[in-house]
Design a protein around this ligand. Structure first.
Ligand code: PLP
Length: 434
């Protein structure tokens, strides 16, 4: 299927990036185009090429690019000289966000959290979460899990599993124990039992933890999913051992797995929750750490930051909450599309003997090798589909389509993936060599 015009204009000079941009750039290497505009599920490059976005800024654009309602709210706010930056001052935009969040998110779910606006990136929300847990408990150790990803600053990086990312730290990453995630040792071994044993055994070498930090679906770590039973066990262990349970919902939240929080309906309540990525709804930087009121033991300014509470993001986040989360329609839509996605991926996996991963609209297919996954995603990109990989070896092709995508375009993108995968398998990865 060709659903998308391919770039045709002259290749513009992009030497500025080689000359001046740091070698740390990454996505730009696998997608060597210059993008100018984006709307809904489409991104456009500067040569007339159009790309269906199955990456969505790693789940930052769950509502698509430049959603018209969010965009209009922001335009109105800026047009009316609304406060753009106000440190952590009270603003109309902040009040509207907090009131909407309370009314549409917290109250209907029976959740009682205080909201802390951290610096606007996810890693900052995680730093605040683990700092708070350490302060509240007076303990140092954090239990995190194999394949977990929590961000790039030192505290969050210490909780991250990936060796290449950890290697960038330049100092020892300490005070974190990486315990096996659900399913890490295969279906026969209940890794919650292993953690229970280590926590109960005074000679296990595991110091009493301040927190247990977990993703319900591991976004960067390969779309491993934790079962509700396992998560309930982990929550109970945290409680029994005086540790705070932190759910890092930065990638899995905001509807990606189906509900606003990825842990809804599972029968446990985290002590602390982190949010970022799709929270602003428009790709504006915005992060939030939520915690039970009794843990709000910060002194004023103890975790500080110039950009705490991005007022433009308050505006778009409030518009997103009102538009998508005031009733159950969006959740029902996500469930339907998630089922379509699962059925198509299961069929592809069955054709080639692979396995699928994930939940809701956060799913992928484990093709067993990073080399093959890269060949497939490169072929997808050539056919006009933006799609990425995840997992310890980049072996899981990850589908993070905008949640608002219509069924026909979802199917169209999956057609490209199916064809690219079939061709890569048939050509014995010849696609990669081209
Ligand atoms: C992306 C991500 C982070 C880090 O967020 P940044 O905004 O990149 O700092 C933390 N945790 C999870 C689960 C993420 O997916």
């Amino acid at each position: 299927m060709t659903m998308t015009p391919q770039p045709s204009g002259a290749i513009p000079d992009r030497s500025i990036y080689e000359r001046r941009e740091s070698g740390v750039r990454s996505y730009a290497r696998s997608m060597p185009r210059q993008f100018g505009k984006a709307a809904g599920v489409w991104m456009h490059d500067n040569r007339g090429g159009r790309y269906l976005d199955f990456l969505s800024g790693c789940s930052t654009l769950n509502y698509g690019h430049n959603h018209p309602i969010l965009k209009q709210a922001l335009l109105d706010y800026i047009g009316g000289d609304g406060i753009a930056h106000g440190l952590d001052l009270h603003t109309d935009a902040k009040a509207a966000f907090l009131e909407t969040y309370e009314a549409l998110i917290l109250k209907p779910r029976g959740l009682d959290y205080r909201a802390m606006f951290t610096g606007p990136t996810g890693t900052n929300a995680v730093e605040a979460a683990i700092k708070l847990a350490r302060k509240v408990t007076g303990r140092e150790m954090v239990v995190a899990f194999t394949n977990g990803f929590h961000g790039m600053t030192l505290g969050a990086l210490a909780c991250t599993g990936n060796a290449a990312k950890r290697g960038g730290a330049g100092v020892p990453l300490s005070h974190v124990s990486h315990e096996p995630y659900d399913g890490y040792h295969g279906p026969e071994v209940d890794t919650a039992d292993l953690l229970a044993q280590r926590l109960a055994d005074p000679s296990s070498g595991l110091d009493a933890p301040a927190a247990i930090l977990v993703e319900t679906v591991q976004g960067e770590g390969g779309l491993n999913t934790a079962s509700p039973e396992w998560l309930r066990r982990i929550a109970a262990l945290a409680k029994a051992h005086g540790a705070l349970l932190i759910v890092d919902d930065i990638q899995a939240g905001c509807g990606r797995t189906g509900s606003f929080f990825s842990f809804e309906g599972m029968g446990f309540t985290p002590d602390i929750v982190t949010q970022a990525k799709s929270l602003s709804g428009m790709g504006l930087p915005f992060a939030l750490t939520l915690f039970r009121p009794e843990f709000d033991q910060w002194s004023p300014g103890e975790h500080n930051g110039t950009f705490r509470g991005n007022n433009h993001a308050f505006v778009t986040a409030t518009a997103a909450l009102r538009h998508f989360w005031s009733d159950g329609a969006f959740t029902a839509d996500i469930a339907r599309r998630g089922d379509l996605l699962a059925a198509r991926l299961d069929a592809m996996a069955a054709e080639h003997g692979f396995e699928t991963r994930g939940r809701g609209m956060m799913r992928g297919i484990n093709v067993g090798s990073g080399e093959l996954a890269d060949a497939v995603t490169a072929a997808c990109f050539d056919a006009g589909l933006i799609i990425e990989t995840s997992g310890a070896h980049g072996e899981v092709i990850k589908i993070l389509a905008p949640l608002i995508i219509d069924d026909a375009l979802l199917a169209g993108g999956l057609d490209i993936l199916e064809t690219s995968l079939r061709e890569a398998m048939a050509d014995d990865f010849a696609v990669a060599a081209e």
